[in-house]
Each structure stands twice: as C-alpha cells, then as structure tokens.
Write a protein that binds this ligand. Structure first.
Ligand code: SF4
Ligand code: ZN
Length: 400
C-alpha cells in the first residue's frame, strides 16, 4: 500500500543533511507552516489529497523548499478547541514514516525525506497525505472526514502562512488573564519522548509548552478527547515552594513520566532544576555567566548568539530531555507570561535577543521599560560589547 514502512518504530529517527533527498521548510525559509482546521462536513472532501505546486519528484536531489500543510477535518463531535491537538499529531504521524523526519510546529516546521526512502519509491507528497489520512482516521475515531492539501508554490505558501499566523495568535490570546493559582489542573505532554525519553512538558495557563503548540486550553481539550493519548492532566497538588513554583503534583507526574530521571521541576526558572527540553523548542533561554543574566535565541536565527554559539550548538546542549541548569527550551510567547522566569528575575534579566524576537514581543518589552535596554545582534557582537552596552543604556539588571 505504501512504498515505505509506517509505524512508531521510526519516530525517533532523524535525517542528516548529507542524507536528504528533499527538505521542506526549516530555517532557510521564511514561510512554512502546518494548520488543522475543523470544518462543517459539507466543506471537507473526505480522503482527498491535493498538491498545489511542485511535488517531491519534480525537484532535484538536495532541494530545500517551502511548504504549507493544510488539513481540514470534520466530525459530529469535533470542536474548534481541538484544532491544535490535531495539528500536533502531524509531528507524530509524519515521523512514523520510514525515512521521513518532522520537526517543530506551526510556522516553524522542518521536514526531510531520506534518499533511501525516496529510492524505495516515496516520491510524492500524495503518499505522505495518504499516510496521514489513514493514521488520523485510525487513531482518532472522532474524525469522520479529512482532506489534506500540500502547497509548495512559494507565493501561495506565503499567503497561507500569513493567514495561519492570525489563527495561532488567536489561540494564544485566549489565555490572557488566566493564572496558575486559579486552576486546579495543569496539563502535560509526553509526545516527544520518542526523541527525548525523559522529557515531559508541563503546561499551565502561564506557561505554554516549549514547542509553542500546546497551551493550557489545548492540553485540556486533548485530554478530554483522548485520555489515553500523549497529553494528560496534572493535578497541581500543593505549592511546595511559592518562590520556585514547585508543585507536589507536578513533581509526582514528572517523576512518573520520566521514569524517575527527574523528580523536581521549578516551573519558572532556567537555573534551578528547570523544566526539561526535548528538541522542539521555539527558542532557548541561555545563561550568560559574564553578566549573570540571560539571552534568548530562536530556531530561525542563523547567526551567532552573543555568547559566540549558534542556535544549533546551543540546541545540541539543551535538548534530549535533560534538566540543564542555565538552559531552558521555551516558546517565544512564554515571554508574554507574567510568570516568565519569575524565580530568576523575570524579563528584566534578559539582556540579549535577536532583533526578530525583540520585534515580536515589542509590546511586552515596552511595557516593562526594556525595549531600548536589551541588546540585539545589531548592537553587540560579543559578551564584552554586551557588558559595555548594558552599562551605557543602564539596563535594569545592572542598575538594580
Ligand atoms: Fe508535547 Fe512538549 Fe513535545 Fe510539544 S514539545 S509536542 S508539548 S512533549
Ligand atoms: Zn519535542
């Protein structure tokens, strides 16, 4: 039925740059995304897979192309709230395909097809679509109809991505104003244990998952829809340490799901027993010892961060499901949370950001009086220059 094997045994494989036949999305492309939308049954043509633009076989070996994956689903019991939950399954299911690798989420996706699988006959996105149709329908019985479109035409990809970003923002905005204190339950996700076996994501109303794809509402919707699935409820339990945001219920579930590898999570610290990081983080918060403060660097930033390391290097150290003191995988929108790194000093301990993140969260930085205090790659090239910059502009972390 398919030219390659499909199953969870392939989930942990990666495809290196020497080995790919084709690459979709990733840091080379400004526009790429995946989006799942719930539609009325009449608007979904069941099991239709369509490709708009060139297909895998039309490209040269080693090509890197933008992509937009548009999935429409319908079903009697489907709710709008479930869209992000279905969307996160793209990551899981595509990784089931032998020699096909999927990374990240939303408008940051990155996929590669291994040459060996291409040689076995996997030469069309149509086949990827058919695998997805099969898995969605088999694994999530509430989905009654599904239609998948792959777009590789660059102009159309751009148009769709700009539209999709509005949806991502609406999803994130729903959480505004809800605090950890006023809910009884957090949610967790262990979807990434195939890559990082001891990794557990804990998602609270004030802490979106590090991939940015699962917020508290999404965790709740996912758990409601599929209690046996990768997202689960986390009973908060007691707040053991109010400064470090250590909850007994969080610790218990982290210990259980990491098989004892980790047993304490400080929910809002990058320094002390921090949250683990798998590999899907949108960004990484990293400690800069010379200034005793933090920088944040994101996946699409290709230059060197202020500490002289590239994202890929920092990511290598931060990933794998370990607790790395001084490094925290995070979603960019976590910076909008009132609890962002609260234990460590919050936003005012951020001293360096790539220009593009700075612009993305400009409103919160301005509100905190930090917009003109935080250096970017345009202001400083290394830690010496950073120190000088912080003194010159009077960064609050220096002036106290
Ligand atoms: Fe789930 Fe976390 Fe992986 Fe996102 S990063 S899919 S929330 S385990
Ligand atoms: Zn992950």
């Amino acid at each position: 039925m398919f030219s390659v094997d499909v199953g969870p045994q392939y989930e942990g494989e990666t495809v290196r740059k020497e080995d790919f036949q084709i690459e979709f999305g990733g840091p080379k492309h400004k526009f790429k995304a995946e989006l799942v939308t719930v539609k009325p049954a009449a608007d979904v043509e069941d099991e239709k897979v369509e490709i708009i633009g060139k297909d895998i076989k039309d490209f040269e070996e080693g090509a890197s192309v933008p992509i937009f994956i548009k999935i429409l689903v319908a079903g009697e019991q489907l709710e709008k709230d479930m869209e992000p939950v279905f969307e996160r399954r793209v990551h899981m299911y595509i990784n089931y395909i032998e020699g096909f690798w999927h990374m990240a989420q939303r408008d940051e996706i990155w996929m590669r097809l291994h040459k060996d699988s291409f040689k076995k006959g996997l030469n069309s996105l149509d086949e990827i679509g058919r695998v997805l149709v099969m898995l969605y329908k088999n694994e999530l019985s509430i989905i009654e109809k599904i239609q998948i479109t792959f777009i590789t035409d660059p102009a159309l990809v751009e148009k769709e991505v700009l539209e999709a970003r509005k949806t991502y923002k609406e999803r994130d905005d729903r959480l505004k104003g809800i605090t950890e204190e006023e809910v009884d339950e957090f949610y967790g996700c262990s979807l990434c244990q195939s890559f990082a076996p001891t990794h557990v994501c804990v998602v609270t109303p004030e802490r979106v998952s590090l991939c940015g794809a699962i917020n508290w509402f999404d965790g709740r919707a996912a758990y409601k829809m599929d209690p046996e699935g990768p997202q689960f409820a986390v009973k908060k339990g007691d707040l053991i340490d109010p400064e470090k945001f250590i909850y007994s219920g969080v610790n218990a579930i982290v210990a259980e799901k990491s098989l004892g590898a980790n047993s304490v999570f400080c929910l809002h610290s990058a320094l002390e027993t921090p949250h683990t990081s798998c590999g899907c983080f949108q960004a990484i918060c990293f400690y800069i010892p010379e200034v005793d403060a933090f920088g944040v660097v994101h996946r699409d930033y290709l230059g060197e961060a202020v500490n002289g390391q590239k994202f890929s290097g920092i990511a290598g150290e931060a990933s794998g499901g370990r607790q790395n003191e001084g490094m925290l995988g995070m979603a960019i929108s976590y910076m909008r949370s009132k609890k962002f790194l609260k234990t460590d000093g919050g936003l005012k301990r951020i001293v360096w950001l790539p220009k593009s993140i700075k612009e993305q969260v400009k409103d919160v930085l301005e509100e905190a009086g930090l917009y003109d205090k935080i250096a970017t790659e345009e202001d400083v090239k290394n830690v010496d220059e950073l120190t000088e910059y912080m003194n010159r502009v009077g960064h609050p972390w220096v002036t106290g």
